[in-house]
Ligand binder design. Structure first.
Ligand code: F6P
Length: 363
């Protein structure tokens, strides 16, 4: 028999489709199967720092399965170990973990279900060290969480990105242009790889395989010479040329990962036009990849993850992250994945397949 009577649930980091499906599964399993009380923490760790939370009842999580975003709100800038405090017109950073621990205790939360990516798991690992039981649920459109082969939100983002690439295809054909489409994914190329293969992109550039501009241009020039009057380049925001660096859009100092990537598509268009003489255009898909209704596959995964998190908790597990591994639900220690990112291996089977059907990685 578990001592757990009341839990908190939060969504941290960048949002993604399927967060509400997890909140629903956690809350309904907790209320229905385990007769627990559930508190929804607002805006991720920010709500724990500022003591903002509310009870969640059955009706609060009804009709949210297909809803994008998160009914609890989120923040990818609230890091309790590095929290910005305004002082005499200056911003100073302080560790406010003790404040978070106090709010967990005074609200009588016996455990937290932390739905998030690597930043959130790093935050959860810190709370575990301070005696708070946390169970993690992996989300991210980037699919880059260590130890987990598929995060929810990824399938929806791939679907959105592939649909966009399909649309770019028709306008590329009409105007005989090179269309460079920039996809999210941070330092991992999963999203560009999957969407690129799904849409038959001619060139896929990912962070894990540094590209050579000349090779990219050779492929485009060759296509043009053999009568292919358009080309599609799917590029990860974190892609970089051999010996070169990523393109940074901005820094968000309070964020667990302060660097925001973006702009590589514009750089590539300029480079491609000058080295091939072909007309090129850039499209940056941006946050549209994080929005909208989760696909049925993501709804199923999110629901299984949420329910499994509760099962783990009630079985006495502590400090575990629910994962999808080798085709089934499993769990790993949160501490073992905190601060790590899962990258595309250069020899990944999908990279081989893409190469086999004539896709270039610019290397
Ligand atoms: O981690 C999800 C993600 O969408 C990344 O793909 C992207 O680099 C980043 O978040 C963008 O962050 P923000 O919402 O702060 O612009």
């Amino acid at each position: 028999m578990s001592d757990i009577k009341r839990i908190g649930v939060l969504t941290g980091g960048g949002d993604c489709p399927g967060l509400n499906a997890v909140i629903r599964a956690v809350t309904k399993s907790a209320l229905h199967q385990h007769k627990l009380e559930v508190f929804g923490i607002e805006d991720g760790f920010l709500g724990l720092i500022q003591n903002r939370m509310r009870p969640l009842q059955w009706h609060d999580v009804s009709n949210i399965l297909t809803l994008g975003g998160t009914i609890l709100g989120t923040s990818n800038q609230a890091n309790p170990q590095h929290y910005p405090i305004r002082h005499n017109g200056n911003t100073e950073f302080a560790d406010v973990t003790d404040r978070v621990v106090e709010h967990v205790r005074t609200n009588h939360l016996d455990a937290l279900v932390c739905i998030g990516g690597d930043g959130t798991m790093t935050g959860a690992a810190n709370l575990i060290k301070h005696g708070i039981n946390c169970i993690g649920v992996p989300k991210t459109i980037d699919n880059d969480l260590e130890g987990c082969e598929q995060t929810f939100g990824f399938d929806t983002a791939v679907t959105t990105a592939a649909e966009a690439l399909d649309k770019i295809h028709t306008t590329a054909m009409s105007h005989h242009r090179v269309m460079v489409v920039e996809l999210m994914g941070r330092n991992a190329g999963w999203l560009a790889l999957h969407a690129g293969v799904a849409s038959g992109s001619d060139i896929i550039l990912i962070p894990e395989i540094a590209y050579e501009l000349q090779k990219v241009c050779d492929v485009l020039t060759h296509r043009s010479r053999v009568g292919k009057r358009f080309s599609i380049v799917a590029v990860s925001e974190g892609a970089k040329p051999k010996g070169g660096d990523v393109v940074i859009q901005r820094r968000v100092e309070s964020s667990p990962d302060p660097i925001r990537l973006g702009g590589i598509a514009n750089k590539l268009v300029a480079d491609i036009e000058s080295c091939t003489g072909l007309e090129a255009r850039a499209t940056i898909l941006g946050h549209v990849q994080r929005g909208g209704t989760p696909t049925p596959a993501d709804r199923v995964l999110a629901t299984m993850f949420g329910h499994h998190a509760l099962d783990l908790l009630m079985d006495g597990a502590a400090g575990k992250l629910v994962v999808w591994k080798e085709g089934r639900l499993n769990h790993v220690d949160i501490e073992s994945v905190a601060g790590k990112q899962r990258k595309v291996p250069a020899e990944h089977p999908l990279v081989h397949t893409a190469r086999a059907v004539g896709t270039s990685f610019g290397d």
